[in-house]
Design a protein around this ligand. Structure first.
Ligand SMILES: Nc1ncnc2c1ncn2[C@@H]1O[C@H](COP(=O)(O)OP(=O)(O)OP(=O)(O)O)[C@@H](O)[C@H]1O
Length: 339
C-alpha cells in the first residue's frame, strides 16, 4: 500500500475519499504522488492549523483501509484455500471411519444418503465451522488450521453462503433495484455491469426468463432461486457455497453448478439427484448420521452420466413442449432415444 499512488488507492479503495475529507486533506492535483510524498510537500503552517499529526496519518490510513475492507467484506482473496472435515461419530456414537476429507476451491462434493441420514447436519457443521461442539462431534479446519473466530461471529466474514429449497423474497423491489442495492453494499466497482451479468446468468438458469423490472416478489420459486444462485456466485464474498437440495427447483441444475464453479467456490451439495451427484468428482455417503464413505466418481459413472444427461434432455424438452401446449410426437424424440 505504501508504494501506491493516491490515484491507485482511489481506484482500488474508492472509500478512501472519506478519509481524506475527514482529515481535510485536499489531494486534488496530487493523485500521482504516494500518500507519504503528498504529506511531505504539505505546508507546515497548514498542518499546524489543521492540528494534523503527520507521522500518524499513514498508519491511520492503513488501518482505515483494513477496517473498511473487513467491514464491507471486500477481501479479494477470501483467504480460504482449503476446507477440511475431521471425523466425529454417527447417531449411535460409532466413530466415523475416514481420517480427514479436504476440499479445494472449484471443487464440488456431493452428499448423498437416505432421508433423515444426516446430510443437512453435515452442511450445518460446516456452516458453523464445528469444533467438536455439535451432535456429530465433527471439526472443521480452514487452510488446515483451526478456523478464525471471525468466520463464526462476524456478519461480514461469512464463510458460507447457503442456498436452500425455500427462497422467497419479502422486499418490495424490482430485480434491478435488488441487484444494484446488493452490488452497492458490496462496494462493487461497476454496479450496472455486474447487475446485468447476474441477471443474464439467472436467466440462463431459469426456465421462464424475467426482466430487470420484474418485482422480486412476483418471481416464481425457480426464478427466485436462479436469481439467488447467480447472485451468490457472482457477488457473494463467501468462499464456500452449501446447497441443500437443488432439485425440483425449476432451474437448469447443471448450469447452476457451472455458474458456481466458474467463480472458484468450494461447493458442497446435498442431493438425491443422480445427475448432480455424478457431476461432482467426489461424493460423501452418509448413513445413520455418520460419513460412511467418500467415493470418487469413476470413469464408468462419468460415461453413464452422459447418457443420463441425454435422458434428462428428453425429459426437459417434453416438459417444455407440454408447458407450451404442444402434443408430443415419437419422431421428434427418436434420435434422442438412441442411447
Ligand atoms: N451424527 C449425528 N449424531 C446425532 N444426531 C445426528 C447426527 N447426524 C444427524 N443427526 C440428526 O438426525 C436428524 C436428521 O438429520 P438431517 O436433517 O441432517 O437428515 P437429511 O439427510 O438431511 O434428511 P433429508 O434427506 O430428509 O433432508 C437431525 O435431527 C440431525 O440433527
Amino acid at each position: 500500500m505504501k508504494e501506491m499512488t493516491i490515484a491507485q488507492l482511489l481506484e482500488k479503495y474508492p472509500f478512501v475519499t472519506e478519509f481524506f475529507q475527514q482529515n481535510r486533506l485536499n489531494i486534488t492535483g496530487f493523485e500521482q504522488l504516494t500518500f507519504a510524498d503528498y504529506l511531505q510537500q504539505l505546508d507546515e503552517d497548514e498542518l499546524e492549523e489543521k492540528a494534523i499529526e503527520l507521522q500518524k496519518l499513514p498508519e491511520e490510513l492503513a488501518l482505515y483501509i483494513e477496517q473498511m475492507t473487513a467491514f464491507l467484506g471486500l477481501n479479494e482473496d477470501s483467504g480460504v484455500h482449503s476446507l477440511t472435515i475431521l471425523p466425529g461419530k454417527d447417531k449411535n456414537a460409532v466413530p466415523e471411519k475416514f481420517t480427514k476429507l479436504t476440499i479445494f476451491p472449484s471443487q464440488v462434493v456431493a452428499i448423498v444418503g437416505p432421508t433423515g441420514s444426516g446430510k443437512s447436519r453435515l452442511l450445518a457443521d460446516i456452516e458453523w465451522a464445528a469444533q467438536n461442539d455439535t451432535p456429530t462431534g465433527r471439526s472443521i479446519l480452514i487452510n488446515d488450521a483451526l478456523p478464525d473466530a471471525k468466520w463464526r461471529y462476524s456478519p461480514n466474514n461469512k464463510l458460507v453462503a447457503q442456498l436452500s429449497q425455500n427462497m422467497n423474497f419479502v422486499i418490495d423491489l424490482s430485480v434491478k433495484e435488488f441487484l444494484q442495492l446488493h452490488a452497492q453494499s458490496r462496494m462493487a466497482e461497476n454496479i450496472k455491469e455486474i447487475s446485468g451479468k447476474i441477471l443474464a446468468a439467472a436467466n440462463r438458469l431459469a426456465g421462464e426468463p424475467f426482466s430487470a423490472d420484474t418485482p422480486v416478489t412476483s418471481l416464481s420459486g425457480g426464478q427466485s432461486r436462479a436469481l439467488m444462485i447467480a447472485d451468490t456466485a457472482i457477488l457473494s464474498a463467501s468462499p464456500i457455497v452449501l446447497i441443500d437440495e437443488i432439485e425440483n427447483a425449476g432451474i437448469d441444475r447443471r448450469k447452476a453448478l457451472e455458474v458456481l464453479l466458474s467463480q472458484d467456490k468450494i461447493v458442497l451439495m446435498a442431493t438425491h439427484d443422480p445427475l448432480l451427484a455424478l457431476m461432482a468428482d467426489r461424493r460423501i455417503v452418509i448413513r445413520n448420521g455418520g460419513i460412511h464413505a467418500v467415493l470418487e466418481t469413476t470413469q464408468e459413472e462419468k460415461a453413464l452420466l452422459q447418457k443420463m444427461n441425454s435422458l434428462d434432455t428428453i425429459m426437459q424438452s417434453a416438459r417444455r413442449e407440454l408447458r407450451e401446449g404442444k402434443t408430443l410426437h415419437t419422431k421428434d424424440f427418436l434420435s434422442d432415444f438412441r442411447l
